[in-house]
Write a new protein. Structure first.
Length: 319
């Protein structure tokens, strides 16, 4: 029998492209010079053009990604075809377009933040916005108990914009299950979830499988672990590096292929900040059909304890 076509497809996330600083390895190499708004808008448009040429038709952004929504909106005015556009509310960008600030974004899941950020996202993305997500829904979010806010969000869903949420931190599985159980007027509030899953941090996998079985869209972010699962973050000669070399691809492509191969996954986001990175990431699609994902997890990389993984991520520098 022929191998079934993989369920998941590659998307493009703009977290690293819409602001001058981000926590990923080798950013000074990727963006060695001008990081002005004009330069990063040009860079974002180049990435979006390359994504379209590669057949990547899902683009993810957020209010806190600097000016990424603005850059995307200006590109969409002439885009053909138009991709599926998702954004997020719940964090504010406060970095003032600098790299040396102590805090780059601030979390706020209150009703006032929702109203103001929805207005901002709508002004920039207008008719193209298809999915609006709560950014990093965790156990301490006031949204869980704010029924009036939940009803206002349900009104957006009734107007034709799908609702979802993203997760972060060592308790992602709990947040996934709790978020998808939240209902308004007897219907699930959220029909899409975006979580970190990669070979180093696969702990949300079982909950994401449950989400897919319940009919939710499942989107994977940070598939290369902020650069740790790339050639620059993986030791030469390691099992993962050797497996990638044998297949003629970068470590990034193999890591993303492992995410694409998960039977519960719908979209895996590339966080590329250069066209070359995006093209390298896209090679993952050619590996999926022959890839046994659980073999990769067991034999190529030793997963980390979630608390250790997220502690290491928090310690990364915004470069």
């Amino acid at each position: 029998m022929p191998t079934p076509a993989p369920r998941a497809r590659l998307g493009l996330g703009l977290a690293a492209a819409g602001r001058p600083a981000y926590l990923t390895l080798g950013r000074d190499v990727d963006l060695p010079g001008d990081r002005s708004p004009a330069a990063l808008q040009t860079r974002t448009h180049e990435l979006l053009d390359a994504a379209a040429a590669l057949g990547i038709a899902h683009v993810d952004t957020a209010r806190s990604y600097g000016r990424a929504e603005e850059f995307l909106g200006s590109w969409l005015r002439t885009a053909e075809p138009v991709p599926f556009v998702a954004s997020k509310w719940g964090y504010r960008y406060v970095g003032d377009w600098r790299r040396d600030v102590a805090v780059h974004e601030v979390k706020d899941h209150g009703a006032a933040a929702y109203e103001s950020q929805l207005a901002e996202s709508t002004a920039l993305l207008g008719p193209w916005l298809r999915l609006y997500q709560v950014h990093s829904l965790t156990a301490d979010s006031p949204l869980w108990e704010d029924r009036p806010l939940q009803h206002r969000m349900a009104g957006l869903r009734a107007a034709g914009v799908e609702l979802g949420f993203s997760t972060s931190g060592p308790a992602q599985a709990e947040a996934v299950r709790r978020g998808l159980a939240l209902t308004v007027d007897g219907a699930p509030l959220f029909t899409s979830v975006q979580s970190t899953w990669n070979l180093l941090e696969p702990s949300a996998g079982e909950a994401l499988a449950e989400a897919a079985a319940a009919g939710a869209r499942v989107v994977v972010k940070e598939g290369v672990a902020n650069g740790r699962l790339t050639d620059r973050g993986t030791a030469a000669g390691s099992p993962l590096a050797e497996a990638a070399r044998e297949r003629g691809v970068g470590v990034d492509a193999l890591a993303l292929a492992c995410a694409l191969a998960q039977p519960w996954c719908d979209v895996v986001l590339s966080g590329a900040v250069t066209v070359a990175q995006l093209e390298s990431n896209a090679a993952a699609r050619d590996l999926v059909a022959d890839l046994v994902a659980d073999l990769a997890a067991e034999e190529w990389v030793q997963p980390e304890e979630p608390a250790a993984y997220w502690s290491a991520r928090s310690g990364m520098s915004w470069g």
